[in-house]
Design a binder for this molecule. Structure first.
Ligand SMILES: [Fe+2]
Ligand SMILES: [Fe+2]
Length: 205
């Protein structure tokens, strides 16, 4: 296999180790520099992935991208914060790869950039959304009750009631994805918390 790679910046440098335990400071300076550049592309990757929901109806009256845009538009027009609106936009982004646990996928993506409550809403919206349909599928409509004592219960109930369960109207005029792009970029510009924070902040050697 080639050890070098032609990139826009010339020949890419690569670490020399074959096992991580052979790694050196120089190796990690290379990887750290690449990581910082790669991390900056997160909003682009997220927005591209969100587009995979376009045209995916799954039997619903609107496709999953329109549902996402409509949820975010409703939250935005109701005066919610950018973090909240971005969560609303991305709350179902996990439908593609998390077919059995999609709320957790979206929640993990936004976790470094939002408050604990906004993260919690995304992570648990599935059970709360179920209030509107679980009983039609032989499931427990009140599955959300297991969270009744959680401080974020009301916030999650409100998200589903006002925005998520309400966002299936084919006649609603949602904002386009481009409208939300600057918000996604601003919210994802810098993590509020990440186990890799120090590496992100250190200068490339
Ligand atoms: Fe969902
Ligand atoms: Fe949803």
């Amino acid at each position: 296999m080639d050890v070098s790679e032609q990139t826009a910046h010339g020949i890419a440098e690569r670490a020399k180790f074959r096992e991580m335990k052979e790694g050196t400071k120089e190796d990690w300076a290379i990887i750290g520099g690449e990581y910082r550049e790669f991390a900056k592309g997160l909003p682009d990757r997220v927005l591209e992935h969100l587009k995979l929901l376009d045209g995916d109806f799954g039997g619903f009256p609107v496709c999953r991208l329109e549902h996402s845009l409509q949820t975010a538009t409703r939250a935005h027009r109701d005066g919610r914060s950018e973090q909240y609106v971005v969560m609303a936009l991305l709350h179902d982004i996990g439908d593609t790869l998390g077919s059995y646990n999609h709320p957790e996928v979206g929640a993990s993506i936004i976790k470094p950039f939002v408050t604990e409550e906004i993260h919690w809403i995304c992570q648990n919206h599935g059970a709360f959304q179920g209030y509107y349909y679980f009983h039609f599928l032989g499931m427990d409509q009140n599955a959300r009750e297991k969270f009744r004592d959680n401080p974020h219960f009301e916030a999650c109930r409100e998200f589903c009631e006002k925005y998520d369960q309400a966002a299936f109207d084919p006649d609603y005029e949602s904002e386009p994805l481009e409208f939300f792009e600057p918000m996604v970029r601003r919210v994802m510009e810098k993590p509020l918390a990440s186990m890799y924070k120090a590496a992100l902040e250190s200068e490339a050697a």
